[in-house]
Design a protein around this ligand. Structure first.
Ligand code: 3AM
Length: 190
């Protein structure tokens, strides 16, 4: 059998937004020491992490996610506030929130994915979906007070973009960081 494929489903970000986020990340980077910040080309919104799966299972999910009824329409996403998981006091993941318009469209897409993949043996996510763009990850605790002060006074502005497709992304783990490659695009229909 072929080697397992580590992958996830994600919404790609337009170049203008990745560029703006990269500028923002560069400012945040100056306020921290040991936090690892996401490089511009890797910025995305994760819809579902699929983990390591046999190639056959990944191939089977493509028809399961193509089509479906009723068709899911394109929608808009707008960036919202900067925050951290699990909390501001003990941040592990720094993120930027997103809001969808119309509001239900992103959760409809997420539910469609969960429901379409469950029969193929992909376990449903039990935790509530909190759509976000991961900007950085902190493994070694440090003092983030300057970072929080900075984002209070320099919030990332709300930027909007249209989501008309999502992607199946392969994640190749390398010592210098993950490399992502698009395996398949799935269109949303007007
Ligand atoms: O884009 P974010 O950061 O939300 O954290 C990983 C990233 O999500 C997540 O999958 C995305 C692409 O790597 N991820 C990695 N390992 C995971 C795991 N074991 C995971 N999500 C859930 N469980």
């Amino acid at each position: 059998m072929s080697d397992p494929i580590r992958s996830f489903l994600a919404i790609e970000l337009p170049n203008f937004l990745k560029f703006k986020l990269e500028e923002f990340i560069r400012s945040l980077q100056k306020k921290t020491g040991k936090t690892k910040w996401v490089k511009e080309s890797n910025l995305h919104l994760t819809l579902k992490f699929l983990g390591n799966q046999p190639a056959e299972k990944i191939n089977a999910l493509i028809p399961a996610l193509t089509g479906g009824y009723p068709p899911l329409p394109p929608f808009r996403l707008t960036t919202t506030k900067f925050g951290a998981f699990p909390s501001k006091q003990r941040p592990r993941v720094f993120w930027l929130g997103t809001a969808a318009t119309p509001q239900t469209t992103l959760s409809d897409l997420r539910n469609r994915i969960e429901n379409s993949l469950e029969p193929l043996g992909f376990e449903k996510e039990t935790k509530p979906f909190r759509p976000h763009l991961t900007l950085g990850r902190s493994k070694i605790p440090e003092d983030f007070s300057t970072l929080w002060e900075y984002v209070e006074t320099h919030p990332f502005p709300p930027f909007s973009f249209e989501v008309n497709h999502f992607v199946l992304m392969r994640s190749i783990l390398k010592p210098e960081g993950a490399e992502y490659r698009i395996l398949q695009k799935f269109s949303l229909r007007k």
